[in-house]
Design a protein around this ligand. Structure first.
Ligand SMILES: Nc1nc2c(c(=O)[nH]1)N[C@H]1C(S)=C(S)[C@@H](COP(=O)(O)OP(=O)(O)OC[C@H]3O[C@@H](n4cnc5c(N)ncnc54)[C@H](O)[C@@H]3O)O[C@H]1N2
Ligand code: MOO
Length: 413
């Protein structure tokens, strides 16, 4: 048997980072940027007002107070988006809106709450302001020439906002792999067919496609290959048009596990593994027509767990991510746990938080066909090969299955 670590090293050594493409800014959300971005100009591009109020010469406000206001002549009304053509002289003010460029001659803003309208075009200043008061200086966010984003950075909503503040409408990002998903087995039905004796619905195709989407890649559901050499061969070769192929089923020792045979024969470079893990012991990995191919086990939970352990990191690597693993946290196990073999176990657990600690409890029957226990799980407790039992209260490592939905909470701050 090969260890999980060895298997993962082989997988990650085989898959390569994909090429890059130019995307419209919003469509790049969640992607990894493939260029260094330098600021073409300052942000904000001009000194501007932080408040609605009056642009003034700060020296004009000396000793101004509610009891002894200073009167200034309002020479202009300046909304955001317009540049004043006037030069502010002593004794003058310009009514200014938040974001409007500071007129030449002015060096501070008095917010409207600290003023009163005077006679005609006059304003009463009710407080003294120092130079630069309520000004936002050009370049205080970003300086022209600054390195703003580096190749390899993840584009989250804040990065999208930042790039748009620089006037970038498109951006170079790493491509997303197309992932062909093939289910094998004569027992499988399409989900819109009526249930028949001896048959089950092809659920793996959907859980795997959803995992692919959730990882940011593009699933292509190839449907069901029947347990015949011809059908398998044809479907696998169709899959090779994608960047990655995933199959489920047909990798163990059953009489009908033709996938194995077919792949060995077709000159594809597949290795069949018994990986020292539970679930997910029988697996295959290699290449068909040069495309990385994962032969995942058929059991519904096993295929999802194997995806988490091997496929997801590989897809993230292909998309240029540098952080390719799920977050692992330390939790306290709420119950006793016992193992009967020396494999690395991935145990479905629910998680709750008590003060600063995570408390993990198993989600019930851990059979590889019990998909409900996966639906209840917030994480996979990883129990190393040699650790045979864990007592309630001991610390364990939990890999979070933390796509955005399951990380939302009913608890507010
Ligand atoms: N004699 C042995 N039998 C089995 C072993 C073993 O070591 N010796 N390993 C077991 C384990 S563990 C697993 S995991 C499975 C893996 O087998 P296969 O990859 O060949 O998968 P299948 O036999 O085709 O199916 C297993 C199970 O999963 C259901 N299945 C398959 N595809 C789908 C699908 N697309 N959607 C929903 N469910 C699916 C299938 O009906 C079977 O019940 O082998 C064990 N046997
Ligand atoms: O190796 Mo199987 O995946 O335990 O169900």
């Amino acid at each position: 048997m090969i260890s999980v670590q060895e298997a993962r090293d082989i997988v990650l050594a085989q898959v390569k980072v994909l090429g890059t493409e130019r995307k419209e800014l919003l469509a790049s959300l969640g992607r990894v940027i493939a260029e260094d971005v330098f600021a073409p100009h300052d942000v904000p591009p001009h000194n501007n007002s932080a408040m609605d109020g009056y642009a003034v010469r700060s020296e004009d406000t000396h000793h101004a107070s509610r009891e002894h206001p200073v009167t200034l002549n309002v020479i202009e009304d300046l909304p955001a988006g317009y540049v004043s053509q006037r030069y502010l002289q002593t004794g003058q003010a310009i009514r200014i809106m938040t974001g409007a460029p500071i007129p030449d001659g002015a060096d501070a803003v008095v917010r409207v709450e600290d003023t009163l309208r005077g006679e005609g075009e006059q304003v009463l200043i009710l407080r003294e302001v120092p130079p630069l008061y309520d000004l936002r200086l050009a370049g205080e966010d970003i300086r022209q020439g600054d390195l703003i984003l580096r190749q390899g950075d993840l584009l989250r909503p804040a990065e999208i906002g930042l790039l748009s503040s620089l006037g970038r409408s498109t951006i170079q990002v790493y491509q997303r792999p197309q992932v062909a998903i093939l289910s094998t087995g004569d027992e499988l039905l399409y989900i819109d067919e009526p249930l028949q004796p001896g048959k089950i619905y092809n659920s793996n195709s959907y859980s795997l496609a959803a995992l692919v989407l959730d990882a940011g890649a593009i699933p292509i559901q190839l449907g069901i290959a029947r347990d015949t050499r011809e059908d398998l061969e044809q479907k696998f070769l169709a899959g090779a048009r994608a960047d990655v192929i995933i199959s489920s089923g047909g990798v163990s020792v059953g009489d009908y596990d033709l996938v194995k045979e077919m792949l060995k024969k077709s000159g594809s470079e597949m290795q069949f593994w018994k990986v020292c893990m539970k679930p997910g012991k029988p697996q295959a990995f290699g290449a068909i027509a040069g495309k990385p191919t994962f032969g995942l086990p058929g059991n519904p939970v096993s295929s999802m767990v194997s995806f988490e352990v091997f496929v997801r990191p590989a897809l993230l690597k292909m998309m240029g991510h540098t952080q390719i693993y799920r977050r692992v946290v330390t939790a306290t196990l709420a119950e006793d746990f016992r193992k009967s073999d020396r494999r690395k176990h991935f145990v479905r657990v629910a998680l709750r938080q008590e003060n600063t600690r995570y408390i993990a409890s198993t989600t019930g029957d851990q059979g590889s066909g019990i998909l409900r226990s996966m639906a209840k799980a917030k994480g996979l407790m990883v129990v190393d090969e040699e650790r045979m039992q864990i007592q309630a209260g001991e610390s364990v490592a939990v890999m979070l299955l933390d796509h955005s939905f399951s990380m939302s909470s009913t608890r507010d701050f």
